[in-house]
Design a protein around this ligand. Structure first.
Ligand SMILES: Cc1ncc(C[n+]2csc(CCOP(=O)(O)OP(=O)(O)O)c2C)c(N)n1
Ligand code: SF4
Ligand SMILES: [Mg+2]
Length: 349
């Protein structure tokens, strides 16, 4: 196990104690001189993972390196490769559903061999793997943990839309408690998903990741800083991106912004990063955003049909709130150190 330390400062920073120089901060409204996916993708209107992928690619290209991506089966791959590739100048391989981290590893090995042969400079490329939550939390977890254990340099991106969307909304290890999915339907006897979600970044840090961070496309500046840090920090780095999915969440296509804000204000999604100092095996945790409103979870559930039936059962809403409070309690030392009010036992509605 590692020793956990907290950064007293709450907020976004392009600095990392693991890097000699800050990464590029694109600012609030700055023009970004790089490109993401090219036109022609088939994502649904309001799909969060298209924006997330664009921001990752644009951020990585800011480093001036060539991006080599292993993309796992799932919506992100299907919507970008059906008719024609939307990956532009990114070198892409589409791998099997469980294999993203294994093929990422293969690309890293290939690059090493090319560098030894003098064909490329090892610094000229950044290797990434991109997969959904089903491909990461469930079927691809073994490959991911093994890749982290090997300690290779690269970035693993999980586009988390909290279910297997591409094949009809089956529940995954990242599906929230109470969600109605096709494998966890909301019925009279069993009411939606009875399990609470696992947390990828906990698993990645336990396995030895150098850097682990949670981001969302609404906060593009934070996301792009984190992607660059993940590319620059030595060793395996994991970035998890909150990915709104109107199709699977049964939400309107134009409330991307509102849903994400509610996720942050209810603390359903926490923006944070963790950097590991290997010699002392210490992990420094930084909270990047403390909610202004501390809204109850019910506010988040209301905009999404997938939670509609659950909202009618107060004891389930209470349970969902407890899950959030338990997770949020980790940050208590930082909030107290900043003189912020600690909202113990917030009511669920
Ligand atoms: C070995 C294997 N099992 C099942 C499938 C079918 N399959 C393709 S995509 C997918 C769901 C992907 O879910 P997730 O990784 O969460 O990505 P999302 O579509 O939600 O973005 C499944 C089950 C497959 N391609 N390969
Ligand atoms: S089903 Fe969801 S994740 Fe897939 S393309 Fe549509 S909105 Fe995006
Ligand atoms: Mg998914």
């Amino acid at each position: 196990m590692y020793k956990a330390l907290f950064n007293r400062h709450i907020g976004i920073s392009p600095h990392s104690f693991l890097l000699p120089d800050p990464v590029v901060d694109v600012g609030e409204y700055g023009a970004i001189p790089t490109t993401g996916l090219t036109s022609g993708h088939q994502g649904c209107t309001g799909c969060g993972m298209v924006t997330g992928t664009n921001q990752v690619l644009r951020a990585l290209k800011l480093t001036g390196k060539h991006v080599v991506a292993s993309i796992g089966t799932g919506c992100n791959e299907v919507i970008t490769t059906q008719n024609t590739s939307c990956w532009g100048d990114v070198s892409v391989d589409h791998n099997n559903f469980p294999n993203t981290a294994a093929t990422l590893s293969g690309n890293i090995a290939a690059l090493k061999a090319l560098a030894q042969a003098g064909a490329v400079s090892p610094e000229s490329t950044v290797n990434i793997g991109i997969a959904g939550d089903g491909g990461t939390y469930d079927i691809g977890l073994q490959a991911l943990l093994a890749w982290i254990a090997r300690g290779e340099n690269g970035v693993y991106v999980c586009l988390n839309n909290q279910a297997y969307m591409n094949t009809g909304v089956q529940g995954s290890g990242a599906t929230p408690y109470g969600t109605s999915t096709s494998t966890t339907p909301f019925g009279k006897v069993i009411r939606g998903n009875q399990r609470t979600p696992q947390y990828l970044l906990d698993l990645a840090l336990a396995a030895g990741a150098s850097y682990a961070a949670a981001a969302c496309p609404l906060w593009h500046r934070d996301l792009m800083i984190k992607a660059q840090k993940a590319a620059a920090i030595e060793g395996p780095c994991v970035l998890e991106i909150y990915s709104v999915c109107p199709e699977g969440w049964k939400s309107d296509t134009d409330v991307f912004h509102e849903i994400t804000e509610l996720a942050l204000e209810t603390r359903s999604w926490i923006l944070y990063e963790a950097e590991r100092e290997r010699k002392s095996n210490t992990v420094l945790f930084t909270l990047n955003y403390a909610p202004k409103k501390y809204l109850p979870i019910l506010a988040y559930l209301k905009l999404q049909e997938r939670f509609a039936s659950m909202s009618e059962f107060p004891q389930m809403v209470e349970r969902a709130q407890e899950v959030i409070e338990a997770r949020w309690s980790f940050w208590k030392p930082v909030l107290e150190a900043n003189g912020k009010e600690w909202k113990e036992g917030l009511r669920a509605s």
